[in-house]
Design a protein around this ligand. Structure first.
Ligand code: NDP
Length: 251
């Protein structure tokens, strides 16, 4: 017998950046749990391919391509998207450089994609959730929501911001039965990390620093999203759930 509180049948979930990596794995997991998944990414062709792949797995999927950093495009997409019960803010980019050389435009692009657009999207989706007194918002944090690291100042600032945005909105929305949480993945094998995975020294450092002794696969992050999106998490709000193989538990 399946545990009914994890069942997402009848829910509609928008997952930003769902064409690959962690977002793709979350979309598939929410869909397998019964949700209809609205697949987002910047590239319409990539979104359509993902929708087709999810449908081939028996998942109800719809395309919703837009750039999360384009406020007007996001507003138009949300206005035409119908009901959204679950919003997963996953889209984002990375840029690595020493702080004193960090390009101003890269700073702006990272803060925009990981933090400003998250707030803007929540602002546009939350009204319908608050009116229904039902909704789940899940933001992607990071180890960088908690820990510092060289050469990724914008990413760290954005992910620290995601942690506090999650707490502030959880506090504001809790009386309306809308839960806001975050997931903090450890090091995950995705395209965003290709250069790090191929860097022998960094790869060895990740495996040594992570008590589990290895990188995560994207699918290993997705179960946390199903939990946080489900009725099983009806009294969980304002939390950042680290799925990190023990990194934040250890020195
Ligand atoms: P990937 O680079 O593999 O995937 C990023 C996804 O976001 C793609 O679908 C991409 O599609 C989409 N995307 C990027 N920018 C935008 C935009 N402006 N608007 C819409 N879609 C966009 O990343 P990951 O799967 O590795 O990361 C996903 C999330 O998880 C990020 O928030 C990241 O910070 C977080 N995270 C990742 C970790 C890791 O180790 N990988 C660790 C901790 C957190 P397209 O390019 O077609 O638009």
């Amino acid at each position: 017998m399946a545990y009914a509180a994890f069942d997402l049948t009848g829910r509609r979930a928008l997952v930003t950046g769902a064409t690959r990596g962690i977002g793709r794995a979350i979309a598939e997991a929410l869909g397998a749990a019964g949700a209809t998944v609205l697949v987002n990414g910047r590239n319409p062709a990539g979104v359509d391919l993902t929708v087709a792949a999810l449908r081939a797995l028996g998942i109800a999927a719809e395309p919703l391509a837009f750039d999360v950093t384009d406020a007007a495009a996001a507003e138009a997409a949300i206005a035409g998207a119908g009901r959204i019960d679950i919003l997963v803010n996953n889209a984002g980019i990375q840029h690595r450089a020493p702080a004193v050389e960090f390009p101003d435009d890269a700073w702006d692009a990272i803060i925009d994609s990981h933090l400003t657009s998250v707030f803007r999207l929540i602002k546009r989706v939350a009204p319908q959730m608050l009116a229904r007194r039902s909704g789940k918002i899940i933001n992607l944090g990071s180890l960088l929501s908690e820990l510092g690291r060289a050469n990724i100042p914008a990413y760290g600032a954005a992910k620290g911001g995601v942690r506090m945005l999650t707490r502030c909105l959880a506090t504001e929305f809790a009386p309306h039965n809308v839960q806001v949480n975050a997931i903090g993945p450890g090091y995950v094998r995705t395209e965003m990390n290709t250069a790090l995975i191929e860097n022998t020294g960094f790869n060895a450092w990740v495996c040594a620093r992570t008590p589990a002794g290895r990188w995560a696969e994207p699918e290993e992050i997705a179960g946390a999203a199903v939990f946080l999106a489900s009725d099983a998490a009806s009294y969980v709000t304002g939390q950042i759930l680290y799925v990190d193989g023990g990194v934040t538990a250890s020195l």
